[in-house]
Design a protein around this ligand. Structure first.
Ligand SMILES: Nc1ncnc2c1ncn2[C@@H]1O[C@H](COP(=O)(O)OP(=O)(O)OP(=O)(O)O)[C@@H](O)[C@H]1O
Ligand SMILES: [Mg+2]
Length: 457
């Protein structure tokens, strides 16, 4: 139950807020005095403070400053009366989370409090994870600390411990599936043993089969010598089956049997050989669809998918774009002996807005190309390839709609457009309400209302 401290000199407001918030399952308590509030926050963990800017003799801004001093991470929502909106803006600059105007509606309070607490718990989680680091070894060069990626790091650490657990990594091309597979291996007790990878989409059936399971001499025309398969080569280590979704159906049956029995037989051989490997597979296909299309065996899917890890596309975690840019700029700048230091504000906007169909690989390639072709200190928009310009909003809206003979429903129609635009803006800013409101030029309260209305949060 989150603790919420209400600081207001009007008893009526305190009681009203306490009632609303306790109805919602929070633990509110209140005081009329700023000093008392600062003392409370200094002494115990308070999740949120609702602070009136006009506390009789004391200025709410001074109280805010004192609160931030005792706990820099304290979350504060300002309550303002008439004529204090400018101070409210001042308060935002000083680190208040948001403000709400008096008189307020109970629903507005509920919403603002809920969003603030969600932000708070996310912030705490991120801080916690930062403190313990990614928890991945130095050798694992994974960059980014979006909530989605922090979740992936956590899963990697967890599954690495269970050294025989089978892992299926899914995600669009270039999202880092191979990087994750290697991280699992490097973090596991199998580190130091082989990590053997094979691309199941790149070889025809026969070749892939003999690569995986090996063959005896004379097993087929070209088999001049005996050859161990990858499952044997990887003994004690990890086998990484990349693009598993492309594997031939016939081979899928054999792989299923290997996973069930933990034994293989070389082609042309008569003896079963015990194997000790962890199998990690990856795919950018939706295997459920492949199953429906009868191109992937359902039983094999369940065998492989014991521990699923999903890598979200870059456009769904745009906050990872700036650190990835930094990382690759440093790397390629050094490699090509350039002195590129940073990205200009305009260029960064374009890069963040771009939809990155090729994900991190594409971003890496873009930076590499810039480092080869340009001799600048700051990357400006004209250094960027033209596809990245393509996603920039057009200066003039090119909305032109036909009205069909049966007519349209104006409100629904406009509502749909509004919803699309807000959704787009929200994803560009990585879900930051204040920034979204700024780029859409609407008050934050309005935006919040619309986010709820269109179920975008
Ligand atoms: N979080 C990250 N931090 C740093 N580099 C990354 C990250 N994610 C991906 N990369 C880099 O992007 C490139 C593509 O990653 P990777 O090969 O792991 O993708 P993939 O998901 O296996 O792609 P595909 O499905 O096309 O095989 C690699 O150079 C990798 O090092
Ligand atoms: Mg790959």
């Amino acid at each position: 139950m989150e603790k919420i401290l209400i600081v207001d000199d009007e008893a009526f407001i305190r009681e009203n807020l306490e009632r609303i918030l306790s109805e919602d399952g929070y633990r509110p308590f209140s005081t009329a005095s700023g000093e008392e509030a600062v003392r409370q926050v200094g002494e115990e963990e308070v999740d949120l403070v609702l602070l009136d800017l006009n506390l009789g003799a004391t200025s709410g801004l001074d109280v805010l400053a004192a609160l931030k001093e005792v706990d820099p991470d304290v979350l504060v929502i300002i309550i303002t009366g008439y004529g204090t909106v400018e101070s409210a803006v001042e308060a935002l600059k000083m680190g208040a989370y948001d403000y709400i105007k008096k008189p307020f509606k109970a629903d507005a309070i509920r919403l603002i409090v809920r969003l603030a607490l969600e932000t708070q718990s996310l912030r705490r989680e991120v801080r916690h994870l930062r403190r313990e680091g990614k928890g991945l070894p130095e050798s694992v060069d994974m960059v980014g600390s979006s909530p989605a990626l922090l979740q992936v790091y956590r899963q990697v650490r967890e599954v690495a411990k269970h050294e025989t657990a089978t892992v299926l990594i899914t995600g669009e091309s270039g999202t880092g599936k191979e990087l994750v597979a290697r991280a699992i291996h490097d973090l596991s007790p199998r580190k130091g043993r082989p990590f053997v990878e094979i691309n199941c989409g790149s070889l025809p059936f026969n070749l892939l089969e003999s690569e995986l399971f090996g063959h005896e001499r004379g097993a087929f025309t070209d088999a001049k010598t005996r050859k161990n398969g990858l499952f044997e080569e990887a003994s004690g280590g990890t086998v990484f089956l990349d693009e598993i979704g492309e594997m031939d159906m016939g081979l899928q049956v054999k792989l299923l049997r290997v996973l069930e029995d933990r034994k293989i037989r070389r082609l042309g051989g008569t003896r079963n050989i015990d194997i000790n490997v962890r199998v990690v597979s990856a795919t950018n296909r939706n295997l459920k669809d492949a199953i429906d299309a009868k191109e992937f065996r359902e039983d094999l899917y369940y065998r492989l998918n014991v521990f699923p890890i999903q890598l979200p596309p870059l456009r769904e975690r745009r906050e990872d774009i700036p650190p990835l840019l930094d990382y690759f700029i440093k790397r390629f700048s050094r490699e090509f002996n350039k002195r590129i230091r940073e990205v200009s504000r305009d260029a960064l906007d374009l890069l963040i807005r771009y939809h990155w169909p090729g994900n991190v690989r594409e971003l890496r390639n873009v930076v590499e190309r810039i480092c080869i072709m340009h001799n600048v200190e700051v990357i400006t928009p004209d250094c960027l390839p033209k596809e990245i310009w393509g996603d920039a909003p057009r200066r003039e809206a090119d909305f032109s709609f036909e009205i069909p003979p049966e007519g349209i429903h104006l409100e629904d129609f406009v509502g749909q457009i509004e919803k699309d635009l807000i959704g787009k803006a929200f994803s560009i800013t990585g879900g930051n309400v204040a920034k979204t409101a700024r780029i859409l030029n609407v008050p934050r309260g309005t935006l919040r209302y619309k986010l709820e209305k269109y179920h975008l949060v």
